[in-house]
Design a protein around this ligand. Structure first.
Ligand SMILES: [Zn+2]
Length: 347
């Protein structure tokens, strides 16, 4: 079987070629086109069609660099299949450096699969979905935490779907959070139509965090090995893994008082029941509220901007089984484990 060209509205990319496209998705108040950048890489050899998307939330930047490096710096002669690299899906949010579309402050990650005759968010989603994402065999969507918080490097996936589970495992993170996702979410809607998709969560908004970007690039390479996009590479095993199910809002520890927060834990830390996670103080430091871990677990998400109102989230803690706990400790004390083996929301 020979490799097939990739066809989209406005062009055809033949096998062995890479094309940079500024694909129109909307228009400004002045009637100028709003475009989203897409790099289409069609390998000489046949294989799966894969998408990599980032900045569906406009201020979540770590994934932008991951997708750009795969698209521009990796060796495309090796590729078996087609890569669709969309480093900035939410162009308007990216330009404004905001999470949401500034047009109506809408969440593009609740607008999929979109609709051609609907809201601005749904029209944009529809363009990207119909021309690129829905044509894929599987995909990876890169996110960071919401502004003011930070996430450890982990994957979110619907593990009840075998194909999604295969994809999630092959990415090689220590932690996989098993959630179905919400209606309108990119990974949820694509998974629903048979395009297994996972979300990669990594770090905080408005930053390039190089250690996380490097880990994500390893994850992409591992996925490409699993699906023979890079048949000569190897799938990576992260050393230990936990799949966390039943995740919900309750695992966020919230502040009961307003104040200024000193954080004692780091993202990715294993904390024991009763350990101090943070201390909230008044401006004079005369009153202190110590927040401790209600159970033993891993710090998946953490406050980054150290001020809170009562009710604000402090820490996203997920509980772990004893065997995982032992594995985490083993890897922490093992100098052979590369730094970032346990690195230090949101969709
Ligand atoms: Zn996001």
């Amino acid at each position: 079987m020979d490799a097939e060209p990739f066809v989209y509205e406005g062009g055809t990319v033949p096998p062995g070629e890479t094309e940079h496209v500024r694909f129109p998705v909307s228009e400004t108040y002045l009637g100028d086109p709003v475009t989203t950048p897409v790099t289409v890489v069609v390998g000489e050899q046949p294989g799966p069609t894969v998408f990599l998307t980032a900045a569906v939330h406009g201020d979540e930047l770590n994934g932008v660099e991951v997708v750009r490096e795969v698209a521009q710096e990796w060796d495309h002669e090796e590729v078996c299949g087609t890569l669709l690299c969309l480093p900035v899906v939410n162009t308007l949010g990216f330009v404004a450096q905001e999470r949401y579309l500034p047009v109506q402050d809408r969440d593009l990650n609740r607008a999929f699969p979109g609709k051609s005759e609907s809201t601005s968010a749904k029209r944009i989603a529809h363009r990207v979905y119909e021309q690129f994402l829905s044509k894929c065999d599987f995909g990876l969507d890169f996110h960071t935490s919401t502004r003011g918080r930070t996430n450890m490097f982990h994957v979110r996936a619907d593990m009840s779907d075998d194909e999604v589970a295969r994809l999630a495992r092959s990415f090689g993170t220590n932690v996989i959070i098993d959630t179905e996702g919400s209606e309108g979410m990119l990974r949820h809607e694509l998974t629903a139509v048979g395009v297994p998709t996972i979300t990669v969560e990594m770090g905080q908004a408005h930053r390039f965090e190089r250690p996380l970007i490097d880990r994500a690039l390893s994850g992409v390479e591992s996925v490409f090995a699993e699906y023979d996009v890079y048949p000569d590479r190897e799938v990576q095993w992260p050393g230990w893994r936990t799949v966390v199910s039943g995740w919900d809002e309750k695992t966020w520890l919230r502040a009961d008082v307003g104040g200024i927060v000193e954080v004692h834990a780091d993202r990715g830390d294993l904390v024991n029941e009763g350990d101090r996670i943070c201390t909230i103080t008044n401006p004079f430091k005369t009153e202190k509220t110590v927040v401790t871990a209600p159970f033993t677990g891993i710090v998946v998400g953490l406050l980054a901007n150290p001020v809170v109102y009562p009710g604000n989230p402090l820490c996203h803690l997920v509980s772990v089984e004893t065997d995982v706990r032992d594995a985490v400790q083993l890897h922490r004390t093992d100098p052979a484990t590369p730094a970032g083996g346990l690195p230090a929301d949101d969709e």
